[in-house]
Design a binder for this molecule. Structure first.
Ligand code: 13P
Length: 253
């Protein structure tokens, strides 16, 4: 029996004002109040974090952000530091999402700096990796992931503690309705766990959670979660509607 508590996380991307986000979490709180043996996280836009953080107090839902900047403070117009996210009530921060790599110029090197900044502030990074469709077609999936993970975690130490979550999000599966099969997800998750084992040892790799993301919905989550190395889901579209998010949390029922 795995010691890894499943994590069902909603990445709300650029959706919902503060008011709309608070309304959604009020509904969600109610819907998932009885959920046990599962961790739940929502990552609203920056402008909603503080309000949502307050609304989630004394609930079983944790707060995450979608990005950060690696410097602690300074003249970096438009950026947000790890300390600011902690102050807003965040426990997690999504780092290196493919949309940030694709549209905002993030590289493995900037991802690495962000992971270090998050860890220094005691935030848990949700480190996103994933191949493009063309990379899968060219049979480069494993080499692409190997580089993303090695470079993203370059000189990152954990002292044996699994203070990170990995999210495998094949780019071709995001927002397309075309989820990876559970066999494809399992194959990659196992590859990632083996890679982490080589770098950080058996205990670390057996405790770290690896989420799958990409067109997860109430119809496919159970089957994905049955795979031994799939420890949760990072969900975009299907997490926006509280009733649907609730169904994802109760994937096992
Ligand atoms: P979808 O669930 O909308 O495919 O998005 C996945 C994702 O990018 C989560 O970070």
């Amino acid at each position: 029996m795995s010691q890894r508590i499943p994590l069902i996380a909603g990445n709300w991307k650029m959706h919902k004002t503060g008011t709309q986000a608070v309304e959604a979490v009020h509904q969600l709180k109610h819907l998932v109040a009885s959920a046990a043996n599962v961790e739940i996280m929502v990552a609203p836009p920056f402008t909603a974090l503080f309000q949502v953080g307050n609304a989630l107090k004394n609930s079983n839902i944790t707060l995450g952000a979608q990005n950060l900047y690696w410097e602690p403070q300074g003249a970096f117009t438009g950026e947000i530091s790890a300390e600011m996210l902690m102050d807003a009530g965040c426990r997690y921060v999504i780092i290196g999402h493919s949309e940030r790599r694709q549209y905002f110029g993030e590289t493995d090197e900037t991802v690495n700096k962000k992971i270090k900044a998050a860890l220094a502030a005691q935030l848990i990074p949700v480190f996103c990796v994933g191949e493009l469709e063309s990379e899968r077609d060219a049979e480069n999936t494993f080499s692409v992931l190997d580089k993303q993970i090695r470079d993203g975690l370059n000189n990152v130490g954990f002292n044996g503690k699994p203070h990170i979550v990995i999210a495998y999000e094949p780019v071709w599966a995001i927002g397309t309705g075309k989820s990876a099969t559970r066999e494809q997800a399992q194959e990659v998750h196992l590859f990632i766990r083996e890679l982490l084992k080589k770098q950080y040892g058996h205990e670390f790799s057996s405790l770290v959670r690896i989420l799958y993301g990409g067109s997860v919905n109430p119809g496919n989550i159970k089957s994905l979660m049955e795979m031994p190395d799939v420890d949760g889901a990072l969900v975009g579209g299907a997490s926006l509607v509280p009733e649907t998010f609730g169904k994802l949390v109760f994937y096992n029922d």
